[in-house]
Ligand binder design. Structure first.
Ligand code: 13P
Length: 303
């Protein structure tokens, strides 16, 4: 495979089709290198809502491309690998939301962006890991159902103790691998390092952290910190930006299994093919787009 040739083809196709490439912080290094925008879920949704190009190639997982389509229904949104899903998003269905609404009619639903479009459509507001605390705090109801991630939900619950928050039992299979013992071992091996973790980690891991935030917030924290060493509790794709922006600092991944198999499905070849063959186009039923868009716009308004 001639990587330089594929990169040139991508550049040329992007120009021809008036397209942009956006990539999540967990994508492989080669994709982050050629992307026009790299970031966390919140940053990327804002980019997709604001840009005027006709085509968005979303290098991430299915729910992210869906969110881009919901925010820009007039654009063509392409996901290079159609089976790049998210097990956490699949842990809740719209029928589950219907049952919750029936059981708890006074509660409002705050839905993490890692969820299917049909679930978003039945929610009052969406949040990402970077703004979940703010959204729950600012939402004008003290009774909240937070779904689908129980770990992000319990982090929010601790920060906003004045609200009554019911959690759904979903979790990210990659972050869930990190246990308290891994943290203790890593801290012993690197006593000078600060521990930065994603709020999708278990509560006993989050409790030991020096900083908890989205992937972009972790990168920003490490970049502005005076510390020189960091233990990182999230998917290892984040090392690309951490090292690029901080060549003089050291980063240690908390657990060797911090690889999201779905995020790693996209390749330079599949990005080229996405542009070349217009695949795989994300389409969402109109009535779902309408409800989900309302909930996503509410997030942009509250954050
Ligand atoms: P961020 O919004 O922090 O990038 O989180 C994305 C994600 O899906 C974590 O698993």
């Amino acid at each position: 495979m001639d990587i330089e040739k594929i990169k040139r083809e991508i550049e040329e196709l992007k120009r021809q089709k008036n397209a942009i490439i956006v990539a999540h912080n967990y994508q492989i290094d080669e994709i982050q290198e050629i992307a026009d925008f790299v970031g966390d879920s919140f940053y990327l949704s804002k980019v997709c809502a604001e840009r005027t190009e006709n085509v968005i190639v979303f290098c991430g997982v299915h729910f992210m491309a869906e969110s881009a389509k919901i925010l820009s229904p007039q654009k063509k949104v392409l996901l290079p690998e159609i089976d790049a899903g998210c097990p956490l998003a699949d842990m809740i269905t719209e029928e589950d939301v219907d049952s919750l609404k029936e059981k708890y009619p006074d509660y409002s639903i705050v839905c993490y962006i890692n969820s299917p479009a049909a679930v978003k459509a039945k929610s009052d507001v969406i949040c990402t890991s970077s703004n979940a605390v703010k959204i729950v705090r600012n939402f004008p109801n003290d009774k909240i159902i937070f779904l689908p991630d129980k770990n992000l939900g319990s982090f929010v619950k601790k920060q906003v103790p004045e609200k009554d928050i019911i959690l759904w039992e979903g979790f990210c299979i990659t972050h869930y691998k990190i246990k308290k013992e891994d943290v203790l071992k890593a801290k012993e091996a690197h006593p000078e390092a600060l521990l930065l973790v994603h709020p999708e980690c278990r509560p006993e891991v989050v409790e030991l952290a020096d900083f908890v935030g989205s992937t972009k917030q972790i990168i920003d924290f490490a970049t502005s910190s005076k510390a020189k060493e960091f233990i990182i509790g999230t998917e290892m794709g984040i090392l690309y930006s951490l090292k690029k922006r901080n060549p003089d600092k050291k980063f240690y991944i908390l657990h060797p299994g911090m690889i999201c198999p779905n995020m790693k499905k996209n390749t330079l070849e599949s990005v080229r093919n996405a542009l070349l063959y217009d695949r795989y186009e994300i389409n969402i039923e109109e009535n779902v787009v309408e409800g989900a868009r309302k909930a996503l716009l509410k997030m942009l308004e509250l954050s």
